[in-house]
Each structure stands twice: as C-alpha cells, then as structure tokens.
Design a protein. Sequence first.
Length: 369
Amino acid sequence: MQRRTFLFAVSAVAFSGSLWQEAAMASAGTSPYGPLLPPDANGVALPAGFTSRVVARSGRAVGGILWHPAPDGGACFPDGSGWIYVSNSEIPLAGGVSALKFRADGSIDRAYRILNGTNLNCAGGATPWNTWLSCEEIFRGRVYETDPYGSRSAQPRNAMGRFKHEAAACDPDHRVVYLTEDEEDGCFYRFVPGTWGDLSSGRLDVLCAGPMWKKVPDPGPAVFEKQTRHQVSDALHFDGGEGCYYAGGVCYFTAKGDHKVWAYDAAGNVLGTAYEGGGTLDGIDNITGSRAGDLYVAEDGGNMEINIITPDRVVAPIMRLDGQGSSEITGPAFSPDGSRLYFSSQRGTSGERAGTGGITYEVTGPFRR
C-alpha cells in the first residue's frame, strides 16, 4: 500500500484551520481510468476497456443453489487456479452467507452455503488464514467465522463482542481485528486475540479520546445491561460505522452519518480522515482497496457509484449503476489477481427492502495493481 499521501492526511489532525482542511480533504478529479461511458447492456457505466457481467441474481439458480436475497458484504479467496467470492445475506433469521466458486477461466464451477440461520448479515472481513468473518447487524449481534471452502462449520466468536456489528478488518502487523458498529453513536473497536489466528478468546478494546485504547469491561452484556458503546466514558463515537479495510499500517473505516472515510494509523496511533463528504462520493458505505494503493468506496444510495480514492487524494467514480437509486452497492472485493471486481446491488431495480431483486456483478478490466 502506498501510504505517504494518506498518512499525511491522517497526521493533519495535529493542525487546525485551512492547513488541516487542505491536508485532509481528498478532492474530485480525473479518474486514472478516464470518464465513465454510457451504461452497457447490464446498466453498468464503466470507463473504456472495462466490461461487466451479472454472475448471480437473488432467488434465481446459480451453481446449484438459489442465490440469497439482499446480498451485502463480500470478499474473494484463492482456490487453486480459481477463486471464491463469498457474500452475506442481510435478511432476518435466514441471513447467512453463500459462496460462488470460479474456475481459472472465470466460469462458475458451483455455489454453496457456508452459514445459515443468522440475522441480518451485513458486512464482515477476510482473515489472513482465509476465513470470512460475517457480522450480524442486530442488537447484540455476533461475529461468525466461516469457511469459504465449505469444509468446516461456522463458529460464533462471542469474545469479539455482542453489538450491532458491521465490518471487520484484520491487522496482521499488530495482530488485532478492527470492528465497526452501525449505531448513531457507534464505536470503533479492536479485538486482541489471545493467539493470533484463533479468535475464540481475547480482549475487546474501544478507541477513546487521545486517541487511546481502553478495554471494554463486558463485551457480551445482557439485554438490559449497559451496552459496549456506553461502557467506557471517553470512548469516541462515529455516526453509523460501515466498511473497514486495513493496508500498509492504516485502517480505513467509513461512517455514513459522518460522511467520512476515517483513517487510523496503527503504528503512529493517530486518527484522521482520508475523505470528507461534499464531493463526488456520497452515501459512504463499504470499502476495499487494491495492491496499487487505491481505495474503492461503494455508495449506499447517492447516484449508485463506486468511487476510487487514489494515493494522491483524487476522488472519482469508476462505476455507476443506472435506474437503481433505491438500492445500495455492497460487497466490493477484488479477485486474488486483482483483475476482477465483484460487488452487488442489494435491491436491484425493484428497491424492495426484502432484497429479492439483488444482483451480483463482476467487472473485468485494466485495474491498477
């Protein structure tokens, strides 16, 4: 990850006034891929040289199963000469996770379920040991560690806290997992496992003023007890925590109510921003990145774009879905070789909250990598 510009933005919180604004604000500019062309046959507007295809639709057969409703957070995993894309289902009671297995030529080999019977599985995060952390966005929700390859049963990781989970990002450098919380006064957490690679036990910390980390006294409070975000008096609060992505010593996380892409420099213990609302990026939600150092941020509503934020702080759309303004873009993730970007429109053209119109896409092209 190229860190110099983003870390300059992060360090800018030490200043004030116009200097801080100049340093911290990414600005609209020209995409490194050029302007968006008119929408293709799939309704996807892309730069020249890029193509799209629909790989799955909610309620329709794909790879031997019916693709789940309300597709949300996702990630890709290597699988021999092919790869696997996993996708959460953000519906009550029957949420869970499905997986699409791709062959080396990009064709779909099969699809299968890796988690069942859970609630409103929203976002999550991949681990360095190739498991998928699927997060429940409900009161006292859990994190479930799942196996993308379908060999092992999913396990709840209660030590990671019982709250309205959104996303997770593993930091192998400091051996912690960062967690976001989708509440109007949500917190930013880190889970410190007793043994790296084993998430069954450990300590849950919350980011506080300073910034500094403090232990959450009771990560799994009962219904009528003080919830995690209210247990530490000087905890920092973020309005609607969403996506979370770690690279190059920095954890980037989004907050839809703050209209910001926050950036936590783990090595320097500094909190700042990589983007603040007001530009081309609206409805800030899921986030991922590429090996070239670019961030890709999906919109919940807005004009249904995925925007790139380059290391020199240029923000520009690289994809737009037309006619789907009542939906949201979810689950952006690159294939292991960086040549394909997967994402979903959770409610598609129907806009139904049940997510029966969900569409999962693949975009192929000359991505920077």
